[in-house]
Design a protein around this ligand. Sequence first.
Ligand SMILES: Nc1ncnc2c1ncn2[C@@H]1O[C@H](COP(=O)(O)OP(=O)(O)OP(=O)(O)O)[C@@H](O)[C@H]1O
Ligand SMILES: Nc1ccn([C@@H]2O[C@H](COP(=O)(O)O)[C@@H](O)[C@H]2O)c(=O)n1
Length: 229
Amino acid sequence: MSNPVIVAIDGPSGTGKSSTSKAVAAKLGLSYLDTGAQYRAMTWWMLSNGVDVNDSAAVATAAEKPVIVSGADPAAPTITVDGVDASGPIRTQEVTAAVSAVSAVPEVRTRLVGLQRDAAAGAPGGIVVEGRDIGTTVLPDATVKIFLTASAEARAARRGGELKATGGAQVDLVATREALVRRDAADSGRKTSPLAKADDAIEVDTSELTLDQVIECVVTLIEEKRAAS
Ligand SMILES: Nc1ncnc2c1ncn2[C@@H]1O[C@H](COP(=O)(O)OP(=O)(O)OP(=O)(O)O)[C@@H](O)[C@H]1O
Ligand SMILES: Nc1ccn([C@@H]2O[C@H](COP(=O)(O)O)[C@@H](O)[C@H]2O)c(=O)n1
């Protein structure tokens, strides 16, 4: 029997990792893991429990406490914290603004990387795992590594469209762009497993591609790799 396919999809925020990963996993019958949701869940727990997210020692001490469980069905991914559905609360502005500080704490990363490796090992049919350090740190032996990029302008426009579609107010694209760039800089600049492209990852610039084109491109790359092995 062939080895399960492990796909690592990394890249800066808003490059299309979640949309692409879920669709690719669904098409190929693979499990799916959104590691960003786990860092957000950890951050939400810290905020909800009065931990100062800028006090790295306090975050480190608390990092073992939350029970974070991710559901791996790409058609309906779930995330709970201490048994409570966290899928809504982890997407708030408050969590987005705090998540880079929490994810920079080494004890947080050790805890979540452990969960991520367990999820990959527990997916006998294979898995698509998306994040910032999957190809470099979490799953360095992944079958296929993809690094998605897109211009800051394209990413801000996508976020704007997303917020408009969900009934949000008119989006300030300049502020959205600045917030994306700031988060990427924090994620790329941290000491422990920063956002980075693995040497053996294939870079796909999605700025001028539709989502369907990106999905097709990634599926083709995976099938080529499978055929060659
Ligand atoms: N190629 C594309 N063309 C147009 N829109 C896209 C494309 N890829 C993704 N989108 C849209 O851009 C938005 C952001 O995509 P998505 O959430 O998948 O990115 P992400 O990289 O996972 O972001 P984050 O890291 O912040 O979670 C979504 O509204 C999605 O529908
Ligand atoms: N492997 C990862 C994944 C995510 N992060 C941190 O979580 C933040 C939120 O990620 P989203 O994909 O939901 O936008 C991200 O900005 C990183 O700070 C990480 O460190 N490693």
